[in-house]
Design a protein around this ligand. Structure first.
Ligand SMILES: Nc1ncnc2c1ncn2[C@@H]1O[C@H](COP(=O)(O)OP(=O)(O)OP(=O)(O)O)[C@@H](O)[C@H]1O
Ligand SMILES: [Mg+2]
Length: 269
């Protein structure tokens, strides 16, 4: 940290895909230990922004700073070792391996023993112990020996989070962690994310379309529209922001926001 509590900063970040400006002059600051959500209509540039933060994409212009260090030219691997973790899509798990093996391999990569076949048995046991702890944290205790690819969707999402946690990131980038799972499975995922949030050493950035989740969990919300940041503030500030409501054509999310706030007891804040 640089002493100002900002773990991540972008300066005039821009990403062009040929003629399309997907991310346009985005300058944001994320405070250490906060839950910072990025919202915006489809195509707003949220995933592209995450790709620029994780190093999957290089910006056309602008800088990314992590704990005050300019990491704009760093590869995704280097950023991961620095402590920026991105949730892997389910295609990145080993579907034929057990749940435990998937997480153990990820803990080994943190210990710089990735994919080593020969390893002192004591070290191997350490990694396995750590993997079991993480699985318990995400609510997958008892599922260790199941084949990862055969887990129900909700549990696969938990496994993704476990794999992410195994790399011990300080900053977690979660892009729609509840996408593609049934409504009933959502609270369990949010409980896992809530537990991670409760640990003050973690900073979470979340992209999510479900407004009740965003309003209920975020400390700060940044709103993107057509590549630009159009607003930033607390959930109450964002819900009452007219520019934001207009960005969501036809007030698509307006009612959802009101409902979420009412449910959360924040209305009138
Ligand atoms: N690799 C790419 N090549 C060309 N265009 C791209 C690429 N990735 C994204 N885009 C375009 O950039 C814009 C922003 O896309 P992005 O995926 O960042 O939006 P998003 O906010 O994550 O949307 P959603 O909520 O639907 O996930 C879109 O118009 C998209 O079609
Ligand atoms: Mg996206």
């Amino acid at each position: 940290m640089t002493g100002n509590g900002i773990i991540l900063e972008t300066r005039h970040l821009r990403k062009d895909f040929q003629a399309l400006r997907a991310v346009d002059d985005v300058s944001i600051q994320v405070r250490q230990g906060t839950f910072h959500s990025i919202i915006g209509p489809n195509g707003a540039g949220k995933t592209t922004l995450f790709n620029l933060l994780s190093g999957t994409l290089k910006p056309s212009e602008g800088e990314v700073l992590f704990k005050g260090q300019d990491i704009t030219r760093f590869s995704d691997t280097r950023r991961s070792h620095l402590g920026i973790g991105r949730s892997f899509q389910i295609t990145n798990i080993f579907p034929n391996l057990t749940v435990l093996e998937n997480v153990r391999i990820a803990t080994q990569s943190r210990g710089h023993d990735s994919l080593k076949i020969w390893m002192h048995y004591g070290r191997y046991r350490q990694y396995e112990e750590r993997a079991r702890e993480i699985l318990a944290e995400v609510g997958l205790a008892g599922r260790e020996l199941q084949i990862a690819g055969l887990l129900p969707h909700g549990d696969q999402r938990k496994l993704e989070i476990a794999i992410l946690m195994a790399t011990e990131p300080e900053l977690l980038l979660l892009d729609e962690p509840t996408a593609g799972i049934s409504r009933e499975e959502v609270p369990a995922i949010m409980e896992v994310i809530g537990r991670i949030k409760a640990r003050s050493d973690k900073t979470i950035m979340l992209v999510e379309h479900k407004m009740d989740i965003v309003m209920g969990t975020s400390d700060v919300i940044t709103v993107m529209h057509l590549g630009n940041v159009i607003a930033e503030g607390t959930p109450a500030e964002i819900a009452g922001n007219e520019t934001v409501q207009n960005a969501y054509l036809g007030g698509l999310y307006k009612d959802a926001m009101r409902e979420a706030l009412a449910a959360d007891g924040r209305e009138g804040e």
